[in-house]
Design a protein around this ligand. Structure first.
Ligand SMILES: Cc1cc2nc3c(=O)[nH]c(=O)nc-3n(C[C@H](O)[C@H](O)[C@H](O)COP(=O)(O)OP(=O)(O)OC[C@H]3O[C@@H](n4cnc5c(N)ncnc54)[C@H](O)[C@@H]3O)c2cc1C
Length: 335
């Protein structure tokens, strides 16, 4: 294997979360030249938003996700892997050697051109909530008043302030149910508002069902929010069923827990990348080696994996893709 970086195939990785960082590390060890393109000012991705112990990473049971992000970023720094911070991919063209990329620093006009042999999409998912409910009357006013939380764990810091209050949680999956369970430990009454039927795993669903039986939680199924209205005493939520108003409830605080969406929409404006096959809901479709339907383009981590979104699967996906890239570019390199 040559040590000359001039001869090493260049691989651009879009996204500096755990998946992108892991892929970069493995590519470097396999003798390639990785570049991370990150639209934020720091590496870490979703982990930077989760300041609580991560119990799911083997051998590191005492670290928070924020601390994990710090360790991963430090490792990438020690490996001298180049990173373009605050940068997005603006355009792409197919070239003889692979792809020509046009990168742009956010809020700047300067463009950087980069010739790469392969491209990895590692852009993760975003929390749905604000972008969906901002179409519902009254929602933006609640956000401005600080009466809504849209991030899956943002109720935890507020539990004490919810003591004796009435709270609505919107959503029917695991996050909605976990939020209801936490909130109900303090609130006088918690409403669980579901557009269809419950989608949570059995164990947490059963715990919430027990709270319903005890009268601590009131749930509505098959009900959509028609409007939010801030009143002098709190928030009025109008609920509709089959097109007509079915109920009005009054609460002090609202938490939305309606799921995630893959950060893959940006591909639609990027010429050839728009042709990449997707699975349902816009997740990027890959084979078992993280190859997409487009030659020399790979996808890893949450953006390609709706079924299991976690640090360790993101890290594993990065390694698998790096191995496939080394094989596809015929660069040799062994683990
Ligand atoms: C509330 C919550 C709690 C969680 N708790 C745990 C837990 O306890 N244990 C666990 O293992 N997992 C947990 N997870 C899941 C875990 O955080 C993710 O599975 C993991 O971060 C996925 O890594 P990723 O690299 O695929 O994506 P991300 O971490 O989302 O990183 C994607 C990166 O891509 C960047 N990016 C996005 N679009 C672009 C673009 N167009 N151009 C450039 N850069 C871009 C983003 O800024 C980000 O840095 C939790 C998730 C949430 C939301």
């Amino acid at each position: 294997m040559s040590n000359s970086s001039a001869n090493k195939p260049i691989v651009a990785i879009i996204g500096g979360g755990p998946a992108g960082m892991s892929c970069a590390l493995w590519l470097k060890q396999l003798g390639l030249s990785p570049y991370i393109i990150e639209r934020n000012a720091a590496l870490g991705g979703q982990l930077l938003n989760i300041d609580r112990i991560n119990r799911w990473v083997l051998g590191l049971p005492w670290l928070t996700s924020v601390e994990l992000a710090g360790r991963y970023g430090k490792h990438i720094g020690e490996e001298h892997i180049p990173i373009h911070y605050n940068t997005e991919l603006k355009a792409i063209e197919t070239t003889e050697q692979g792809y020509g990329l046009v990168l742009q620093k956010m809020a700047e006009r300067n463009e950087t051109l980069m010739q790469v042999q392969a491209l990895v999409i590692a852009t993760g998912v975003r929390v749905l909530g604000r972008e969906v409910f901002s179409l519902t009357p009254g929602f933006d006013a609640l956000v401005a008043a600080g009466l809504v939380g849209c991030f899956p764990i943002d109720h935890l810091a507020r539990i004490e302030s919810l003591r004796g209050r009435t709270v609505a949680v919107i959503g029917g999956g695991d996050n909605a149910h976990f939020t209801v369970k936490d909130v109900a430990s303090a609130a006088t009454r918690t409403y669980l508002l579901m557009r269809s039927s419950p989608k949570a795993q059995n164990s947490i669903r059963n715990e919430v069902a027990a709270l319903v039986d005890q009268g601590r939680v009131v749930e509505y199924q098959g009900t959509e929010v028609d409007a939010f209205r801030q009143t002098q005493t709190g928030i009025e939520i109008s609920l509709k069923q089959s097109g007509s108003i079915a109920a009005r409830i009054n609460v002090d605080m609202v938490f939305t827990r309606i799921g995630f969406s893959p950060n893959s929409k940006f591909l639609e404006t990027l010429g050839i990348l728009a042709t990449i096959d997707k699975q349902s809901a816009g997740y990027v479709l890959t084979d078992a080696s993280q190859r997409t339907s487009l030659a020399s383009v790979y996808a890893i981590g949450d953006v390609a994996c709706p079924s299991l979104q976690s640090v360790v699967t993101a890290i594993a996906g990065g390694a698998v893709a790096a191995r496939a890239i080394a094989d596809d570019l015929n660069t040799g390199g062994n683990v």
